[in-house]
Design a protein around this ligand. Structure first.
Ligand SMILES: Cc1cc2nc3c(=O)[nH]c(=O)nc-3n(C[C@H](O)[C@H](O)[C@H](O)COP(=O)(O)OP(=O)(O)OC[C@H]3O[C@@H](n4cnc5c(N)ncnc54)[C@H](O)[C@@H]3O)c2cc1C
Length: 312
């Protein structure tokens, strides 16, 4: 396609027209609550597996409430799929000894990647956090603790619109630097909808000398009311244009899905044009939207790049 032809297209169509390298993608899942949700989680995993993501991660419930389920899910992914699983881990309501035991269990089971997070107080998303005196105080300490146990690959969280407890973006960037100094090799962002704000945020991180990959966290929103309910508590601003897109669609899940896929695809295509080549998708344990967005970005079924690392 000639430059003149391609500039006549929007970012999504340009992404489909080729010319950009295949993006690297990763997918986040949550551990299932029961047999029915286990079935739908595994349908999603199987559908997304052939896209050969860089890794898939499994969240850790508030206060360690999903400790066993998260462990079971990442180990099953490791054993039964070609995927490289990462386990989320938090410091909430646990002693260092408890958390160290979980870390060692992961290493022994062959897991090599942990997403290290402080966590939120159970039952109070966005509420005040009181660390346990005998526990890891924050994700910086947790990252150092993980690295002291075994040479895991450690990812950490970042917040393009400021963590709700932080006094400033500069403070957040200092915290990210500390987490990288403690051994983190990648940051995954909270979801966001303000692309220009995200670009400025990453620019400030780079200017502060932090060079690890920063993966934009993309949330394809199919339940706008659920998103609006959660966003205020975790400090994510919902732009007016997004609310307008979903206005009047409360009883129309099919159209909501189409809108969600087109918004997320547009965001990713724009970020790809800005030079971003890694995308982390919050799947909410459903494959359909993420699969469609990946196709739009040029991510297709491919054989796994390399054999999975054998368990030690
Ligand atoms: C990609 C991603 C995945 C997530 N997955 C989960 C999950 O699975 N389970 C879950 O419960 N929650 C999860 N969360 C939410 C997360 O636990 C909360 O946002 C929590 O409030 C902060 O976690 P953090 O790791 O960013 O905290 P930290 O980076 O530890 O920061 C928290 C506070 O500690 C302070 N702090 C940290 N390090 C230092 C330092 N070196 N010096 C001084 N102060 C410091 C900071 O000022 C900040 O106020 C996730 C968030 C993201 C972005």
């Amino acid at each position: 396609m000639s430059p003149a032809q391609s500039s006549a297209l929007g970012p999504v169509a340009r992404a489909g027209a080729g010319g950009q390298p295949r993006p690297r993608v990763s997918f986040e899942f949550s551990p299932p609550k029961g047999p029915k949700s286990e079935e739908s989680l595994w349908e999603a995993i199987r559908r997304l597996e052939p896209l050969n993501p860089e890794f898939v991660s499994v969240t850790y419930g508030a206060g360690g409430s999903t400790r066993e389920r998260t462990h079971r899910t990442v180990v099953r992914i490791l054993k039964e799929t070609t995927l490289k699983p990462a386990a989320h881990l938090t410091c909430v309501e646990a002693s260092r000894a408890d958390v160290d035991e979980v870390i060692q269990d992961y290493w022994d089971a062959g897991i090599r990647h942990i997403v290290a997070l402080r966590g939120d107080p159970p039952g109070s998303l966005g509420g005040a956090y009181t660390p346990r005196s005998d526990g890891y105080q924050n994700a910086t300490e947790l990252t150092a603790g993980i690295k002291a146990i075994a040479p895991f690959d450690v990812s950490v969280g970042v917040y393009p619109q400021i963590h709700p407890e932080s006094p400033s973006i500069d403070h957040d960037i200092e915290v990210l630097k500390a987490k990288v100094d403690a051994g983190a090799t990648r940051a995954i962002s909270n979801f966001f909808f303000d692309i220009d704000g995200y670009l400025r945020f990453v620019d400030r991180i780079r200017k502060a000398g932090v060079e690890v990959p920063i993966l934009p966290g993309i949330m394809p929103v199919s339940s706008f009311s659920g998103l609006a309910n959660m966003s205020g508590r975790i400090g994510v601003e919902i732009p007016g244009w997004l609310a307008t897109h979903f206005d009047g669609l409360d009883e129309d899940p099919e159209t909501r899905k189409l809108v969600a896929a087109s918004v997320a695809a547009e965001m990713c295509a724009r970020l790809a044009e800005e030079g971003f080549s890694d995308f982390h998708f919050y799947t909410l344990n459903r494959a359909d939207l993420v699969y469609a967005i990946c196709r739009v970005l040029g991510v297709r079924e491919t054989p796994p790049a390399q054999p999975k690392e054998a368990a030690a």
